[in-house]
Ligand binder design. Sequence first.
Ligand code: DC
Length: 233
Amino acid sequence: MNEPLPGRSVPADTVIAIDGPAGSGKSTTARALAERFGLLYVDSGAMYRALTWAALDRGVSVQDADSLLELFESSDLELDPARRETRVVWDGRDISDQIRTPAIESNVSAVAAHPVIRSAMVDRQRAYARRRGVVMEGRDIGTVVLPDASHKFFITASAEVRARRRLAQQGEVPSEATLESVAADIARRDHIDSSRAVAPLRPAADAIQINTDSLNAEQVTDAVMTHIRGQVR
Ligand code: DC
């Protein structure tokens, strides 16, 4: 749990929704906001990734919604936001590193496309926000999970900039990846995430949109904080 830094506080029940595609910079911003405001940080993508890991580990097909749901409901998934990088624990095992691999990257969109899985995840995500103020990041937080959030942001960047950022991150892309292959993979995932029938990736009508093509992480956080300060009464 984060303690608020002096002089930067927002009400303790503040709920901030941050959505956007992969590589837009939303995770860095969400973590920084949670730290500065002393709010809980919830990485909803990590939940879909964890279930994908468990399915691959146990040989459950990522197309089989009923078996995925059974797997999710019979297991214990914990997000421990105590450290800057959320630790993800599945049935007592820390899988934080295992959920950031190419195998998960290529299967997670299929898991996240099942309506029954989304509904189970949304229930869990709302429960986090009932306990206390949160910064929650994902694809559908402002539109579906927390439509009454105090502040909503939609963080974007061009496909090329996102591919460059992704390539610079160790581990998540195969070692032989090129800018072209990463850009193609991002385009594929964007397409699945934006065209699925339930909760597609799109900005909420009342979200503030920020394009981060020419901004570094600190500038994105500053831009978001400026909006929040302007809106806090
Ligand atoms: O943010 P991320 O890359 O860790 O998300 C992993 C996948 O989960 C991605 O394909 C989109 C999906 N996702 C989703 O559908 N809804 C969310 N709220 C968060 C992630």
